[in-house]
Write a protein that binds this ligand. Structure first.
Ligand code: ATR
Length: 269
């Protein structure tokens, strides 16, 4: 039976095994998908051992995505752009391909589960860390109108803008941020308490929070109270980035992510 895993720390609560087992059941195949707890010092060896023992593919989550980027033999262009790897594919003879499915997962989640139009859309991304870097390229590829990256530390947002080198992307502080009317806001920070006033939030029409849980996040609740009508959590991105990884490993299989998202949502409650 083909063996897959997800490397992370912590990893005990990862939903990846459940998602991949649901995909496998839908596609009519069997696979083994485990959780691998490792450390920064042990990451390289853990990956090598996993693939040496016949592992077919792996996911990588926090805090190892940059380490995985540095470790692989080949990178897809979107992983190169993201500066991080969340999916490892064995190329045989100990060689690994690194991909990043987070950005395309977000785009698919927005389009297929949230009915959000991205072409010509004004986008605001809160946060300038790895999560934001991972999704900028795939969002820009959708011909969005422009992207404001709002961040507490302006210099980090400015560094991202310089790295992406696209005139449609601008860096701002939360105080400077004026959310354009009709904008889609993507919350990609590691905090659930952003310094945004209700008056700022009210201009958005949609709020996508990369976080998820049994309850809506605090920022989702605040956006809703401020009058944002379309508010979503990040579970759909989690399922879609997993689907893209699954299809890298099984290119011949078709997936329908909707029932898997429904099943996962029920499990979370
Ligand atoms: P990730 O890989 O999840 O993006 P990260 O690279 O550590 O993690 O980035 C975390 C993001 O959350 C950053 O944008 C960070 O803002 P700073 O660059 O100013 O640190 C943001 N963040 C974390 N705690 C925050 C807080 N209390 N208020 C506002 N932003 C916060």
């Amino acid at each position: 039976m083909a063996l897959f895993t997800v490397f992370g720390n912590p990893i005990a609560h990862s939903l990846s095994p459940a998602i991949h087992q649901a995909f496998a059941a839908q596609a009519g195949i069997t696979l083994r998908y485990t959780r691998s707890l490792t450390s920064t010092a042990q990451f390289r060896r853990a990956v090598a051992t996993f693939f040496h023992q016949g592992g077919a593919g792996a996911n990588v989550t926090a805090p190892f995505k940059q380490q995985a980027f540095a470790l692989v033999n080949q990178l897809t262009p979107r992983a190169q752009l993201a500066g991080a790897v969340n999916t490892l594919v064995s190329l045989g003879q100990g060689q690994l391909l690194g991909d990043n499915t987070d950005g395309v997962g977000l785009v698919r989640a927005l389009q297929h589960h949230c009915q959000q139009q991205l072409t010509q859309r004004a986008i605001v991304i809160c946060g300038a860390g790895g999560a934001t870097r991972g999704v900028l390229g795939p969002l820009l590829a959708q011909h969005v109108d422009h992207i404001f990256i709002a961040n507490r530390t302006l210099s980090r947002a400015q560094e991202l803008v310089a790295a992406v080198g696209d005139a449609r992307v601008q860096a701002v502080t939360y105080e400077q941020l004026q959310i354009p009317a009709g904008a889609l806001v993507i919350q990609a920070t590691s905090t659930d308490q952003l310094p945004l006033a209700d008056e700022q939030l009210a201009s958005a029409t949609a709020w996508y929070d990369m976080r998820y849980g049994a309850q809506p996040t605090l920022m989702m609740q605040r956006a809703q109270q401020a009058g944002v009508t379309q508010v979503y959590d990040g579970l759909s991105m989690l399922v879609e980035q997993a689907a893209v990884a699954f299809q890298l490993w099984h290119p011949e299989l078709e997936l329908d992510t909707e029932p898997v998202l429904t099943q996962l949502r029920a499990q979370l409650m």
